[in-house]
Design a protein around this ligand. Structure first.
Ligand SMILES: C[S@@+](CC[C@H](N)C(=O)[O-])C[C@H]1O[C@@H](n2cnc3c(N)ncnc32)[C@H](O)[C@@H]1O
Length: 205
């Protein structure tokens, strides 16, 4: 089943993502308030000694320092960024818009995380099917995002949607495939500024 129309998957910059990510960006993609809230959420949802897959990651880890995991697998697009990430036990580089199959065993992770990056995935249905495949029963997928983006690399449906509608877009990714329970949504916005904090998460059945 195809959830998005072809034009909704398009990006303003259709050149190979590998070229865009070929040099490292040692920057913060969300503010401290967002990171604090995400760490709090991870402290509630992630178990010590569990296996974590941090998809679309970079040099910064949002995992709470107080929790020891048995394995943290990282994935991203830039080797120098991933090499600097202090929490990764291992990582791989893969363009998910060209190759959606993950080189990982079935039911091998307790949690899959994607932060500030979901807007760049052009084939979310197949990527979410892969996330479901690698999650253990009752494992959790946590997709968090704010309102920042590399505009030219975000898919058109994301660029053209309100922040509220983006929550529904991510919810629809979970609903598009079998294997996840009802997604839970968190939305925290701030009148006095600060990055809005949005999360859509669901457990593997
Ligand atoms: C804004 S950064 C977010 C990095 C990190 N998750 C964080 O919260 O700081 C976007 C990330 O999306 C990933 N990404 C973008 N396009 C991708 C693609 N086509 N395939 C795989 N990963 C991609 C890269 O790892 C890139 O670092």
């Amino acid at each position: 089943m195809f959830l998005l129309k072809t034009e909704q998957r398009s990006k303003l910059d259709e050149s190979d993502d590998a070229a865009f990510y070929c040099y490292p960006r040692f920057v913060y993609h969300v503010d401290n308030g967002f990171i604090r809230k995400l760490k709090q959420l991870y402290s509630q949802k992630l178990q010590s000694d569990s296996r974590i897959l941090d998809l679309m990651s970079s040099w910064v880890s949002h995992l709470p320092e107080t929790i020891q995991f048995s394995h943290v697998e990282g994935h991203g697009m830039n080797q120098e960024e991933l090499a600097k990430n202090p929490r990764l036990d291992h990582y791989f580089i893969q363009n998910l818009n060209q190759q959606t199959s993950l080189p990982l065993e079935d039911q091998s992770f307790d949690a899959v995380l994607i932060t500030a990056s979901i807007q760049y995935i052009q084939y979310p249905e197949t990527v979410f099917r892969e996330i479901a495949r690698v999650l253990k029963p009752n494992g959790i997928a946590i997709i968090s995002f704010s309102n920042r983006m590399f505009y030219q690399k975000a898919i058109s449906v994301w660029r053209d949607s309100s922040e509220k509608a983006r929550l529904e877009i991510v919810r629809s990714y979970f609903k598009a495939i079998e294997g996840f329970g009802e997604p839970e949504i968190i939305a925290k916005t701030f009148i006095l500024g600060g990055d809005p904090f949005y999360v859509v998460m669901a457990n593997r059945l």
